[in-house]
Design a protein around this ligand. Structure first.
Ligand code: SF4
Length: 204
C-alpha cells in the first residue's frame, strides 16, 4: 500500500497523527508496518506546512543540506562558522542545489555535519528574524526529528528525503529539491533551469 493510501486509511479511522509516537501507535492499530512511522509523519507535516512555507520570502528560507551529499574525496570546500562553504565545483549535487536556489533568490544554505550545527544556526538566526522557514534534506529519522523541533519554534519545514542515506556519498532527487524550493514562487520560477534533474554524488 502506498504512503498516501496508508495516511488515508489512518485518517478514515480518525487516528491522532500529530506526533511521531501517535503515528506509530496508529500504524500498530491498523496492523501496518511501524517502520513507516517517520515517512508518514514527515509526509503529513510537509502537507501541513506547505502553505506556511510558501508564504515566507525566499531570503528568509534556510536550506539545510547534509554534508554526506558532498563528494568527500574531491570537495575543495572549507569548513566555516556555519558548515562547509561550497565553491560550486560541480563534483556533487550540492553545487547544483545552491546555484538553482540562488537563481530563485535564496541566500541561506547550510551544509552541516549534523544536528548540533543546525541547532546553532537556528538559535542565532530565528530570534533575529533571519530564518522564518526551512527546507531540509536528510534521512527519514532526521527529518522527523527536525519536524518535531521546528514545530516548537513555529518554523515551517519542507523536508526532502535522501534517496540513498548513509554517512557518505548519499543521493537526493534534485527535481524534488527544486520543486520544494519553488513553492510559493509562481509560474516564472518554473522557467529557472539547472543542468540536471538528478545528480547523484559519484561513488569513490
Ligand atoms: S559542489 Fe560539492 S564537492 Fe564541490 S565544493 Fe560544493 S560541496 Fe564540495
Amino acid at each position: 500500500m502506498s504512503l498516501d493510501n496508508i495516511i488515508a486509511k489512518l485518517a478514515s479511522i480518525g487516528a491522532d497523527l500529530s506526533t511521531r509516537n501517535a503515528v506509530r501507535m496508529a500504524l500498530s492499530l491498523v496492523s501496518e508496518d511501524e517502520d513507516l512511522t517517520d515517512q508518514i509523519y514527515v509526509a503529513i507535516k510537509n502537507k501541513a506546512y506547505k502553505e506556511d512555507f510558501s508564504r515566507v520570502p525566499v531570503e528568509k528560507r534556510a536550506v539545510f543540506i547534509p554534508q554526506c551529499l558532498r563528494n568527500v574525496k574531491e570537495c575543495p570546500a572549507e569548513f566555516g562558522k556555519y558548515g562547509w562553504e561550497c565553491t560550486k565545483c560541480g563534483k556533487c549535487a550540492i553545487g547544483d542545489i545552491i546555484e538553482y536556489g540562488e537563481k530563485l533568490g535564496y541566500k541561506q544554505f547550510y551544509i552541516t555535519p549534523g544536528g548540533s550545527l543546525v541547532k546553532k544556526v537556528l538559535k542565532e538566526k530565528v530570534p533575529r528574524g533571519e530564518i522564518k522557514a526551512a527546507l531540509g534534506i536528510a534521512c527519514w529519522p532526521e527529518l522527523a526529528e527536525a519536524n518535531e523541533k521546528l514545530s516548537i519554534l513555529k518554523i515551517p519545514l519542507q523536508a526532502v528525503p535522501l534517496l540513498r542515506a548513509g554517512c557518505i556519498n548519499t543521493i537526493v532527487d534534485l527535481e524534488q529539491v527544486k520543486e520544494a524550493m519553488r513553492l510559493g514562487l509562481g509560474e516564472e520560477a518554473s522557467n529557472v533551469g539547472v543542468s540536471a534533474n538528478m545528480s547523484p554524488t559519484p561513488t569513490p
